[in-house]
Write a protein that binds this ligand. Sequence first.
Ligand SMILES: C[S@@+](CC[C@H](N)C(=O)[O-])C[C@H]1O[C@@H](n2cnc3c(N)ncnc32)[C@H](O)[C@@H]1O
Length: 314
Amino acid sequence: MDEPVDSKTVDPSSVDRFPKQKAFNLGDVVTDAAKILTEEERTKLEEQNKRLVTPFQALKLEQEARKHWDLFYKRNENRFFKDRHWTTREFSELLAGEDPTAAASSSPLAKSDNVEKISVEKKLLEIGCGVGNLIFPLIEDGHRDYFIYACDLSPRAVELVRKHNLYDERYMKAFACDITTEEVFQTLPEASLDIVTLIFVLSAIHPEKFQSTVANIFRLLKPGGVVLFRDYGLYDMAQLRFKPGHKIAENFYMRQDGTRSYYFAEEEVSKLFCQTGFTVMVNSYIHRRTVNPKENIDVPRIFVQGKFRKSERT
Ligand SMILES: C[S@@+](CC[C@H](N)C(=O)[O-])C[C@H]1O[C@@H](n2cnc3c(N)ncnc32)[C@H](O)[C@@H]1O
């Protein structure tokens, strides 16, 4: 359930820079404006600077990133992230080429029987797939518009994807890879993909590797291909909650379990993709209030969500 965000918490004077997606939930504020911090929040952010992660510790976290994500999936298996059923609503590109007659059947099983008839010429890569919370809801909902590649740094997460009862190599392939390196090209050729999804993944990568990651994605996409992006936004409540001893660098933090998270400014994301050669289709903050009275949850979240296209003429 989502409730209106207090409009006083976003800066109204900020100018629009890029087209924005529409608001999909009642009360979403879709904006170029960063959250305005209260005095108390500003103090909290300043306190984080009192004790920073040491350079030695920061280097170790970077070298052991795979280990930390692998342990995360050992502990949590598929219980941590929720299935992402919102993706086809907010990223309609995931439905491109859908055969409307195929939608007549609502049973995932009936659709999987039909799999041979489905065109898999189009290819999608889900980067940082975790245990498949984006790809399996697509399959469950009968969306088979793409052959799905899914990769993750954690071999354990990839193993969990492969063991899922909807995993079927006729229309998907999961593999372990570090997207910041050239490893991905051992599985996928350059200019082979129509869509890349990057959902809460870039934030887990060291900021010094953002550029090489986005450059790899650019190389992987066909001309005209699109990146669908969502990640944590600047001053999201999770950023404000970090205590001293967790900050690694500006807007980059270590969680208790050794995994890391970056909080993005909207402009920064646009700039990153533009510098690499993408055009911004839409990009904005989404300020969303997530309320669940049953679980006693009422939290204002901030995401950056965008779509970036590789030019047809590259
Ligand atoms: C916050 S989780 C998000 C998982 C999934 N995308 C979701 O939204 O449920 C971040 C994921 O990125 C993966 N990851 C982190 N660094 C990566 C890298 N360099 N290459 C590929 N995947 C990476 C992690 O293993 C983890 O599964």
